[in-house]
Design a protein around this ligand. Sequence first.
Ligand SMILES: [Zn+2]
Length: 286
Amino acid sequence: MNIYKLKPSDTNYKILSREGFEMATRKLPPYYKKQERNELHFAVCPVCNNPVQIIGLNKKLQHTDLPYAKHYHKTIRGLAAFDKEAFESCSLAHPGSNLFKDSRKSACTERERQILISLQENFDQVAYLFQLYSGIVMTPHLAEEMLKWYVAEQGHLYRGGSLINAPWVFVYLSRAQKLWGRKIKDPDLREVLSKKVPSGFINEKDQFITKGQEKVFFWFAKHKQIKSAENTLKETMQFFVTCDDKEIFKKTITFDYGLFQRLISIPDEKRRYKGKLTALAEKYLG
Ligand SMILES: [Zn+2]
């Protein structure tokens, strides 16, 4: 993997680079450890909170110019304890190993609590991301519907979920939602709704309306994880819109972890919907 974090309690991660790692750790223990004649380098996995060893930090590797992080199967004192169950369900270690929509972890640990905290504190940005990839505006009403489902589904215990993919898993676990009356921003989706739903149109407030009895829903399915050629994780899910029983729109959504990281590092005073939407999330997830 090419990402790491410094402490299990961190909710953000860093992209691995030689200079960045040196600056972040100031070359101090427990990140730098002497072992006989060698120097070993350690950090924490952003998904499972287990220790990781940084390979190729000081020496150029044969097959790649870049250092990478690899799970380390022992506790590093002062850094992180090794947790076998967490390692076995880590998407960076075993991509796609258990993505059954109803499969849940057996216990809520610090890792799962971090997911709930991050969703609460950053729900304005979760809503913004949703709007970006679905083209549908996340109104407080829609947010509330989805939050109720996430709680009912115990979304934080979903085995394919982690801190880095939390905003996508949040909507993935929601059930199909009605599209009637929702504000639609995506021009492609607007066109499909106007053309393929017989009595459908977009009104002057950007809302999708039908005059007939068609039942139009949107929903997410097929969460997938694969290891990419660059030794990083690639995650996708499918976004569907159906009219009665017919699929009228489909789109693959690729999880952009870096974008979520950038959005949540924006200071509170610059986040327009921070107060309103995060208060709503706190009501359900707090
Ligand atoms: Zn891991």
